[in-house]
Design a protein around this ligand. Structure first.
Ligand code: SAM
Length: 1019
């Protein structure tokens, strides 16, 4: 029996939930434990596990309803999650209510006002009654009280009606709008009792919680509680969610930092409320002890009784020929909110400049943002003479910078780049005259006493340096060369991880580490390690200083992006600003005893799991093994003590990376190993986030060669555009490929495979179309195309051998760049079948008579009218229709702003004029050299039709010239094609009504008029 996920997946709703989870930023459940790149949304994992465990029945609609119920993603479930504080405003209600409801509402409102008015009148009348007229007074009082009663009753009726409208408005909103007002599914207690009754009736279970349901479904399929594993567990989303659902969870990752994060997710968050309380107490105790020590040292307090809240440093250089050191920063605005800037002055007799902090006007802030930068386009600019500048590259010298030694914590005199503290934010709590307290803040450039405190910090650090390195309280590891890790040595001369931290940072972090060291408890040791990682991320020489307009300025974290970019100015946090940087545990806890984490190479795993869900570093741009060393440097020694069986090394040589042959071989080995370690009825899901369809064929072949057979594929939008890995097109979707173990080794012949693929593509698309709900489609174009690929994969991967060729041989065969494997050819053909099968609605009658390029243009317009702007999708479509060059058809080819040309647009780009011009070629665009070969669209009937539309617009919507053009162009053929033309024109006439298709409004109107003229045309 297939699993639910092999037949369907609620893509639209899941995408909305995943997006919401991502947008939750710091309040995502696991991110508070520490930085990892490419974390998968928990709701996606939850849905995947459930979809793999839940059997599909013969009633797909009911399956879907039940599936959504379990996840509280059905309509009632979402309603239950609705945060009542987040209600619709009156204005929103006004928009969402129906006309009759608005009328009723205003009726109730009006009646309430009338009744209130009546009370007013009665009160007025009562006041006019003579004092002695007790009877009249009593009667008036009675009347008033009755009228007040009526007002109250009416107010209740109005409130109740508004409540009804609130509920109706909720159900009327789109799913994405609804859940913007809801708690995330993971934050509510699960389905209601009534929902459980329906779930159990459909599934034949007796569950009252997700854990019970999971146990019962697992028992039924595997004979035990299901075991869910992830061999590339990273930040731990998959094992964590599996454990939270009641599965036996297994997580493994080559990188010990990832393994530690996963261990923490299972054992710290999974440790229940008691542990959370213990952790909070421990953290507080360590911070109080550190606070006491720092106060004793006197390194963060000044003579005015203020305490430092932020330090800002910069790099400075003295280029040859310059008389002074130039402090470097892309801007000297320190705090836009408090309107503070720093200016530099020359001091006679000194070769360094003196900073001064000023509070200035808005205009001066703007001026300071525009001018005054001392680093522009990788050049150092003299602050007093902007015509003098020096290339930073040249300043580093031909031999590069001096390499720092382990003992260096600051640049040495003579080093090219020096370091300066140039601004401090001080805070003081004052008592106001009314007894309340207030925090008063100010920025100041460092004074002599502050510089003396800087020296004291260095001295205190030096006294402890060797011992702290030995104990592992501060890093001692050398930076291993790599793509990202070569940047700090090249740009600053840093050779050890501790060089990425100022002496103040090393002293504070080292102090906190040493104060936490006495714990013997494994969970608190892990907490301490992750705390050190969090502090390192939020407080390093790579933490940029961010001046804010609307809130307090502050230092950001090192890994704002996935690189080790050095900075010219940066923040350092004193102790009080580090409290918020330490581990923050999510509010929700659970009790799990079944999670196992074992770091290691996925090729060597020996654990058997019923379900493997993996998110491999597939053609990944993240160098996990390099970046994670930044964290590992802070706790490698503690890690070795806490987990003696773990290797405290990133083992870069074993990391799966890149996309070449080595990568393919490693991937085949990994997935063959996982297939070996699952039962015959087990399932796998491979997630990957990539837009290039070429990788499909590649990954498909890898999994095929590993002995797996694909059974379904779904795309979920998981990434927000801003955080995606930018590689031409923004990453937007995560593809989830569902696989089973291949248990037969049948031989297939290409000739037999093609019709099977065709049938499978059609079957798949039809079943998806049947599930698409009105108004809220589950699937978009990308999903249909993906389904076509998946259908091809499904057919192909059933076989162990294609036309006598062994799959593994196919995977590793050396090919010329343009040469396609038989596998790729089948996959592309599947896409062609899908493209042809998906006729834009309203074009069924004409579709058959159109050429491929015409179909492409119309389908592309169709997806444009539904809001699709990703260029990759337009390219993908083109592949399906066999159109090799789409650039002459595109108005915009921006990665996320692709649009097709309109008839008017074609004209502006040089569509052939009515007379004289050739209709054979489209013009070269964007510097492309016209090849001389006619573009297939140039001679198409559709293109002539577009030209006729343009002629209509150009002649103030008079259809005559357009009609004449068509008759001249097609001669007698015009009459045979007239019906088709009318169909196409009518379709184009509707385009201008679609949201976001404003550019089509005038052309659509012209198409409508021209269609009318053609209909009335007579020979
Ligand atoms: C895309 S990430 C996984 C992210 C994870 N799903 C999450 O939600 O955080 C891929 C992971 O594969 C790990 N990795 C790379 N090569 C490996 C290997 N040979 N064995 C095991 N893990 C490996 C990396 O360290 C990285 O954490």
């Amino acid at each position: 029996m297939p699993a639910f996920i092999e037949t369907q997946f609620p893509i639209a709703r899941l995408s909305a939930e995943s997006y919401k989870e991502r947008k939750a930023g710091a309040s995502q459940t696991l991110t508070g434990l520490g930085k990892w790149w490419g974390r998968k949304p928990l709701i996606l994992v939850r849905a995947a596990i459930l979809g793999m465990l839940m059997p599909a029945s013969s009633d797909p609609k009911r399956d879907r309803e039940i599936f959504l119920k379990i996840l509280t993603m059905d309509d009632d479930g979402a309603f239950q999650r609705w945060k009542r504080a987040d209600r619709f405003s009156r204005a929103e209600l006004g928009i969402l209510a129906k006309h009759s409801e608005r009328e009723r509402w205003s009726e109730l409102d009006g009646e309430l006002e009338r009744l209130k008015d009546e009370v007013k009148q009665l009160r007025l009348a009562s006041s006019a009654i003579a004092r002695g007229d007790a009877a009249a007074k009593a009667a008036a009082r009675k009347a008033i009280s009755e009228a007040v009663e009526a007002v109250n009753t009416q107010a209740v009726a109005l409130a109740e009606y508004i409540e009804v409208l609130q509920t109706r408005a909720f159900y009327r909103s789109t799913y994405a709008e609804r859940i913007s007002r809801c708690d995330r599914p993971e934050n509510v207690s699960g389905p209601t009792e009534a929902a459980w009754a329906q779930i159990n009736a459909h599934l034949g279970t007796t569950a009252t919680s997700i854990e019970e349901l999971v146990a019962q479904l697992g028992q039924r399929t595997f004979g035990h509680t299901p075991r869910v594993g992830d061999s590339f567990c990273g930040g731990g989303s998959i094992p964590f969610e599996a454990a939270r659902m009641g599965c036996a969870a297994f997580g493994s990752d080559l990188n010990p930092v990832a393994s530690l994060l996963t261990w923490a997710s299972l054992n710290l968050l999974g440790g229940g409320q008691e542990l959370q309380d213990e952790i909070r107490c421990f953290q507080q105790a360590v911070f109080s002890a550190a606070d006491k020590q720092i106060t004793e040292w006197g390194i963060e307090h000044n003579e005015r009784g203020e305490r430092a809240e932020a330090y800002v440093y910069c790099v400075e250089v003295k280029p040859e020929g310059c008389e002074y050191y130039i402090p470097l920063a892309p801007s000297w605005v320190v705090d836009e909110n408090m309107k503070v800037i720093v200016r530099w002055h020359q001091v006679p007799g000194l070769d360094y400049l003196k900073p001064e902090a000023f509070v200035v006007s808005n205009a001066e802030i703007e001026e300071c943002k525009r001018t005054g930068a001392t680093v522009i386009d990788s050049r150092v600019v003299d602050p007093f003479n902007s015509s003098r500048s020096w290339s930073i590259e040249a300043l580093r010298g031909t031999d590069g910078l001096r390499r720092w030694t382990n003992e260096d914590v600051l640049p040495r005199p003579g080093d090219v780049f020096q370091e300066r503290l140039y601004c401090i934010r001080w805070v003081q709590t004052v008592i106001l005259p009314d007894g309340r307290t207030q925090e008063v803040r100010r920025y100041a450039a460092p004074e002599e006493a502050d510089l003396a405190r800087e020296s004291k910090v260095e001295e205190l650090l030096r006294e402890r340096f060797s011992e702290w390195q030995r104990e592992g309280f501060i890093p001692s590891k050398v930076i291993v060369s790599g793509y990202n890790t070569d940047q700090p040595p090249r740009e600053r001369g840093w050779t050890h991880w501790h060089h990425l931290f100022t002496p103040r940072q090393l002293l504070t972090h080292g102090l906190l580490a040493s104060l936490s060291a006495s714990v013997q408890n494994q969970r608190l040791s892990v907490l301490t390690m992750l705390n050190m990682g969090r502090l390192a991320d939020w407080n390093s020489r790579l933490s940029c200083w961010l001046s804010h307009k609307t809130q307090m300025s502050r230092g950001k974290n090192t890994f704002l992006n996935q690189a080790l970019n050095t900075l010219f100015n940066y923040s350092t946090r004193p102790l009080i600003a580090l409290i918020h940087a330490q581990i923050s545990l999510a509010d929700q806890t659970f009790n799990s005893t079944q999670g196992i984490v074992k770091p290691g190479d996925a090729r060597d795993l020996r654990e058997v799991c019923d379900l493997w869900i993996t998110d491999p570093p597939y053609a990944d741009a993240v160098n996990y093994h390099e970046l994670a060393d930044f964290f590992l440097a802070w706790y490698d020694k503690q890690l070795a003590n806490t987990f003696p069986e773990w290797t405290p090394d990133s083992r870069a040589e074993l990391a799966v990376r890149g996309d070449g042959e080595d990568f393919r071989r490693s991937m085949v080995e990994v997935y063959r190993n996982l297939a070996r370690h699952m039962p015959d009825n087990g399932l796998q899901m491979v997630m990957f986030t990539h837009q290039d369809p070429a990788v499909w064929a590649d990954l498909g072949m890898i999994l095929w060669a590993a002995g797996l057979t694909a059974t379904a594929a779904w795309t979920i939008s998981t990434e927000t555009e801003a955080v995606g890995i930018k590689k031409g097109n923004y990453v937007q979707g995560t593809v989830c490929l569902v696989l089973r173990k291949r248990t037969t080794s049948e031989i297939a012949f290409l000739g037999d495979v093609h019709p099977q693929v065709e049938d499978e593509v059609k079957r798949q698309i039809e079943s998806m179309q049947a599930l698409d709900e009105d108004g809220e489609p589950n699937f978009n174009d990308a999903d249909y195309q993906l389904a076509a690929y998946a259908a091809a994969l499904k057919v192909l991967t059933q076989y162990g051998n294609l036309d006598g060729r062994d799959v593994e041989h196919e995977v590793f065969a050396v090919r010329a760049k343009s040469e396609k494997s038989a596998f790729e050819a089948v996959i592309e053909r599947a896409l062609g079948i899908a493209c042809d099968f998906l006729v834009p609605s309203g074009l069924d009658a004409t579709w058959r008579d159109l050429s491929l390029v015409e179909r492409y243009y119309l389908r592309a317009l169709d997806i444009e009218s539904r809001g699709e702007r990703r260029k990759g999708m337009y390219e993908e479509l083109a592949r399906g229709f066999g159109v090799t060059d789409i650039s002459p058809l595109l108005k915009s080819d921006k990665a996320n702003g692709a649009r097709m040309l309109t008839p008017g647009g074609f004209a502006a780009s040089g569509l052939a004029p009515l007379s004289g011009g050739s209709t054979e070629t489209l013009p070269a665009r964007r510097g492309r050299v016209g090849s001389g070969t006619p573009h297939p669209f140039a001679a198409s009937a559709l293109r002539h039709l577009l030209f006729a539309i343009r002629e209509t617009t150009a002649n103030d919507n008079s259809p005559e010239p357009g009609r004449q053009y068509l008759r001249d162009t097609f001669g007698q053929g015009y009459w045979g094609q007239r019906e088709g033309f009318i169909g196409l024109l009518e379709w184009l006439a509707a385009l201008g009504n679609a949201e976001g298709m404003n550019e089509w409004i005038s052309d659509s109107e012209a198409a409508r008029i021209l269609a009318g003229r053609l209909r009335n045309d007579h020979a």
